[in-house]
Design a protein around this ligand. Structure first.
Ligand code: G16
Length: 564
């Protein structure tokens, strides 16, 4: 049947400005008439002539409003001259799977429907982000252009009669003719491509032996928590079907729910408390991991819920990549971390004589370095770890990498960490999050910090708390020049650096959907005293961080919402 597109008049919406990773707003905002259509049309406008005849990947974490958004995308894409959409069945694709598909199919890009670790359901968050040809999140210049378009959009093109009802429920190729052009929707198995990629990277038979056990070695007992997010379908395929994990004892919450079962699908010690409690209560578990809604974040714990900070996780993997087939074949180039991430990996880079990069918060800043062949492994304190196999962070990849290291070293998680610290020393790290504060109060606090760091008196000033003193050696608002394309990212977080190498960093989150979230990152290095409790160790610096920022005065908040 031949279909005809139409032009629909619209007017701009305020605030369609992508944050750290795409546009995230309350579901009811995306449901407003023309809101989602406007944003999708703006992306297509920015892509310009490249859209004609192109293929795009579409999918997401299956949160509430995903199907409606996909239907809008199908109609707009067909009317704007896209030739083909490759869509995960039921709209499900993890963020890493989208990145993998873009690269393997060599297509123009992808649209990911997710608000990541933010809660889902009709009362919560939805999100849309665009990924470019290399499979990574759109760089700032693309997102800025989309935002500029959103301020002046007057119309969008759609094919209203294209029947989308239940189209993405059944695998298959669906052909349409729109304005005389062919338009194809291919609904694919959500996991097949990604599972294939993981099998190329890791030694699956060895990992299966680890999980199942041998005559000489008992099964390595894992608990994998998908937190009702999209990784559930991947966990079933990879860990249960391929690696022989028990569907009853080794995995939990693996059915994706559109409201994530009303939990906050953010893998940290506060929101993944269920996993922590289960691993603590059942001492037969050797390992626990939780993922976020869209599967790019991970939190690793060992026996008795021994917590591995993301900064340490990155450093340990960096130190042991040679046990993974992918790196044996491709070699290990450089390492990188986001600025607020503790510098544990820097010490590994130094020892292994690898290039080391410090970029602003946001996975998009790693892409150019990977494309240039200068970066193999990177990570962020926000529970993101990944490599150059794709251009997104990758939760399942991180677990398979950890299991490879455990299999190779035949040591527990805790033993591996303790050995690592004994060689490199330890970066104690904590992050305090103050979620959903009043935006004005948060902005005033940041202004206060800006003014403070502008004052020359601050350098050399000593702060004392709980009997420990720290002398300020440098303060700035972090800015970054991309070594490849020389683009500049300014105002990426206020840094207070102390003479002994300790750091306090302040920034506002770029992933919230309402209000403001203040993040304070505290990091201190110890060469010898490596076995203390992180919260005890960092108590003086936390006090100092709160004193410098006067957070309580500005926000009225006594306590953070989340402590990592
Ligand atoms: C996103 C980005 C990450 C970044 C994080 C920071 O994570 O993909 O690279 O570290 O945001 O979040 P915030 O700005 O809130 O500190 P995700 O998992 O939400 O896509």
């Amino acid at each position: 049947m031949s279909l005809t597109s139409v032009i629909v008049e619209t007017t701009p919406f305020e605030g369609q400005k992508p944050g750290t990773s795409g546009l995230r707003k309350k579901v009811k905002v995306f449901m407003e008439k023309h809101y989602t259509e406007n944003f999708i049309q703006c992306i297509l406008n920015v892509l310009g002539d490249k859209v004609k005849g192109s293929t795009l990947i579409v999918g997401g974490d299956g949160r509430y409003f995903s199907k409606q958004a996909i239907n809008i995308i199908i109609r707009l894409a067909s009317a704007n001259g896209v030739s083909k959409l490759v869509i995960g069945q039921l709209g499900l694709l993890s963020t890493p799977a989208v990145s993998s598909l873009i690269r393997r199919h060599n297509v123009l890009g992808g649209i990911v429907l997710t608000a990541s670790h933010n809660p889902g359901g009709i009362r919560h968050d939805f999100g849309i982000k665009y990924n470019i040809e290399n499979g990574g999140p759109a760089p700032d210049y693309v997102s800025d252009a989309v935002y500029e378009e959103s301020k002046k959009i007057t119309s969008y093109k759609t094919t209203p009669k294209l029947e989308t009802d239940r189209l993405i429920d059944i695998l298959g190729t669906y052909n349409f003719n729109v304005d005389g052009r062919d338009f194809v929707v291919e609904v694919i198995d959500s996991t097949a491509d990604y599972v294939g990629l993981m099998k190329q990277i890791f030694d699956f038979p060895k990992l299966r032996t680890l999980i199942r056990g041998t005559e000489k070695r008992p099964p390595f007992n894992v608990l994998i928590d998908s937190m009702n997010g999209v990784t559930g379908v991947f966990v079933r395929k990879i860990f249960v079907e391929e690696l022989g994990a028990s569907p009853d004892n080794n995995v939990c919450r693996i059915v994706p729910l559109d409201n994530f079962g009303e939990i906050h699908p953010d893998p940290n010690l506060t929101y993944a408390k269920d996993l922590v409690d289960k691993v603590k209560a059942n001492t037969s578990y050797d390992f626990g991991v939780a993922f976020d809604g869209d599967g790019d974040r991970n939190m690793i714990i060992g026996k008795n819920a021994f917590f591995v900070t993301p900064s340490d996780s990155l450093a340990v993997l960096a130190n042991n990549l040679d046990c993974i087939p992918y790196f044996q074949k491709n070699g290990v180039h450089g390492f990188a971390r986001s600025m607020p991430t503790a510098a544990a990996v820097d010490r590994v880079a130094e020892k292994l004589k690898k290039e080391m990069f410090e970029v602003p918060t946001g996975w998009k800043y790693f892409g150019n370095l990977m494309d240039a062949g200068r970066l193999s492994l990177c990570g962020e304190e926000s529970f993101g770890t990944g490599s150059d196999h794709i251009r997104e962070k990758d939760g399942i990849w991180a677990v398979l990498a950890w299991l490879s290291v455990i299999e190779h070293k035949n040591m527990s998680v805790e033993e591996i960490l303790k050995e690592h610290w004994s060689i490199y020393g330890r970066n104690y790290f904590t992050r305090y999050d103050y979620e959903e504060c009043e935006s004005d109060a948060a902005n005033q606090m940041m202004e206060h910090l800006e003014n403070l760091i502008a004052s020359p008196d601050l350098i050399g000033k000593t702060y004392t708390a709980h009997g420990k003193s720290y002398k300020i050696s440098k303060v700035d608002n972090f800015s970054y020049v991309d070594p490849i394309d020389k683009s500049v990212a300014k105002n990426q977080g206020i840094r207070v650096l102390f003479e002994d190498g300790s750091r306090v960093i302040y920034r506002l989150s770029g992933t919230g959907s309402s209000g403001a979230t203040i993040r304070i990152y505290i990091d201190s290095y110890e060469k010898k005293d490596v076995l203390a409790d992180a919260q005890d160790m960092l108590k003086p610096l936390v006090r100092i961080a709160l004193d410098i920022s006067q957070l309580q005065k500005f926000t009225g908040l006594e306590k953070p919402t989340v402590i990592t």
